[in-house]
Design a binder for this molecule. Structure first.
Ligand code: FMN
Length: 459
């Protein structure tokens, strides 16, 4: 069988994920493998149509395709996203049709599922025969039992091709609306009390629904807003994955382009941020993805802590729950308060005007109250992954994070909760007596709610 590998790591063959692919290739030498470093080479592929066509030709000639990539900020790296956009923009979808395929990633398994959901959606959009996703931890290859699992996964792909196994699509095609939003006048302006409100976008055409939504919300504030378009910032490229920033937050691009200046002076210093990214396929544009990937020089720290953020979007967000989850997660992980999301999906200009107006009002009210709603599982679970990593195996790599976490008391391990440890010991000692254990069993419901009832009664 001919297997095409689409390498999504900006590190090319120094990719950890590619070592998993090489291991598969070594154990199944009866097949032939061709790797394309499409993320590392994406500038060339965008510039040079012949180089892009050569990759497509290899896809066409292959029996199966392995999408191999690292997880970057809930998704795949911006460079890989750009390659995916090239496939659709250049009508190259036909080369992928009916090809058997799998996705294979390495990561710390922080929001690996959103990346794999996205990639499966893309495989479905490309009419491929999706046979499964494999999300490995970065260190899995070093473990015998994990290596065995990986080989079962690979063998299953080869069997699927050999057996012409039927496959199923999970993600229906997105339906786009042709509705044109016509904004009405702003009746009542919202006082921004001298606060700096940043509207961040990657808009390419102002005469679009998103462009008009931005104008409408810009006009809603008394003190004006600042609009920054990512396309106007000199960004030389995507994150290179070198992790050199982990020591002291110093990015290798420092002084080489305008991104860090923008990030430090305009983005993270804003009092509130209105995000207005373009939806492109099942995510935003690759340009927008640069914001998250290049922002990685700040490590795993909450860069928007305590800020209000509002999203305004044009496109079928309701059909992309995976993107909804990423919006909620990135807000929570960033330490911000997600005021809301306004889209043009209602297809009614007056409704959109009203939503933008109330979004602006709510944003300023929450800002005044310094309100950040309690986080959900998305933050709580994600934080524990970061915390354990920064404290444990990756402490040397992420020294800047370690210092930040220590200073901000983010190493909140349960084994450091002295009160809980003492209480548990006392109760477990008591429960050694079978009669007491039975007594306690009956008291559980009442005792659990007792402190809450006390608050309700006295506060
Ligand atoms: C910019 C950047 C963002 C990352 N984001 C995530 C993430 O969201 N979730 C995660 O589990 N790992 C994340 N990682 C870790 C990588 O997924 C991990 O190191 C991976 O094994 C790298 O694979 P590669 O060597 O094939 O590029 C990130 C790394 C970088 C450099």
């Amino acid at each position: 069988m001919k297997i095409a590998i689409l390498n999504g790591s900006p590190k090319g063959d120094l990719s950890i994920t590619m070592q998993y692919v090489h291991f598969i290739a070594k154990k199944f030498p009866q097949h032939s493998y061709r790797t394309h470093d499409v993320a590392q080479q994406v500038h060339k592929l965008a510039r040079d149509e012949k180089a892009f066509e050569a990759v497509m030709e290899d896809i066409r000639a292959s029996d199966a395709v392995i999408w191999s990539f690292p997880i970057y900020a809930f998704l795949v790296p911006a460079q890989y996203k750009r390659f995916i956009e090239l496939i659709f923009d250049r009508n190259a979808k036909k080369h992928f049709k009916n090809k058997y395929t799998v996705t294979l990633s390495t990561s710390m398994r922080f929001f690996d599922h959103t990346a794999h959901n996205y990639m499966q959606g893309i495989c479905d959009d490309l009419d491929m025969k999706f046979c499964g996703a494999y999300s490995a931890d970065m260190q899995d290859l070093l473990d015998e039992a994990q290596r065995e699992k990986l080989l079962i996964f690979a063998e299953d792909l080869f069997r699927a091709v050999g057996d012409k196994r039927p496959t199923m699509k999970m993600y229906p095609p997105l339906v786009h609306s042709s509705f044109t939003y016509k904004p009405g006048p702003v009746v009542k302006k919202v006082d921004n009390r001298g606060k700096r409100i940043l509207i961040l976008t990657d808009l390419e055409k102002p005469k679009t629904n998103l462009g008009r939504m931005i104008q409408r919300i810009e006009a809603a504030f008394t003190g004006g807003t600042e609009v920054i378009n990512l396309n106007d910032i000199d960004i030389k490229g995507g994150c290179l994955g070198c992790i050199q920033c982990g020591f002291d937050n110093r990015c290798v691009y420092l002084g080489k382009d305008g991104f860090i200046d923008f990030y430090d002076k305009s983005y993270r210093t804003a009092d509130a941020v209105i995000f207005a990214p373009r939806i492109k396929d099942r995510y935003y544009s690759w340009t927008w993805k640069l914001l998250y990937d290049r922002g990685f020089y700040n490590g795993h720290t909450p860069v928007l802590k305590g800020k209000q953020i509002l999203y305004i979007l044009s496109g079928p967000l309701g059909q992309i729950p995976n993107l909804q989850q990423m919006i909620a997660a990135s807000s929570e992980i960033g330490g911000a308060n997600l005021v809301g999301i306004v889209t043009d999906e209602s297809g009614d200009s007056k409704t959109i005007d009203a939503l933008l107006q109330s979004g602006a009002e709510q944003m300023m009210r929450f800002d005044e109250l310094q309100y950040v709603k309690p986080p959900s599982f998305l933050y709580v679970g994600g934080h524990k992954i970061f915390r354990d990593m920064v404290f444990g195996g990756a402490r040397f790599v992420f020294q800047a994070d370690y210092n930040y976490y220590r200073k901000n008391k983010m190493f909140d391990f349960p084994h450091r909760d002295k009160k809980a440890i003492a209480f548990n010991k006392k109760m477990m000692d008591l429960m050694k007596d079978p009669a007491t254990k039975e007594e306690i069993r009956k008291m559980m419901k009442k005792e659990m709610v007792r402190p809450h009832q006390k608050v309700v009664a006295t506060k």
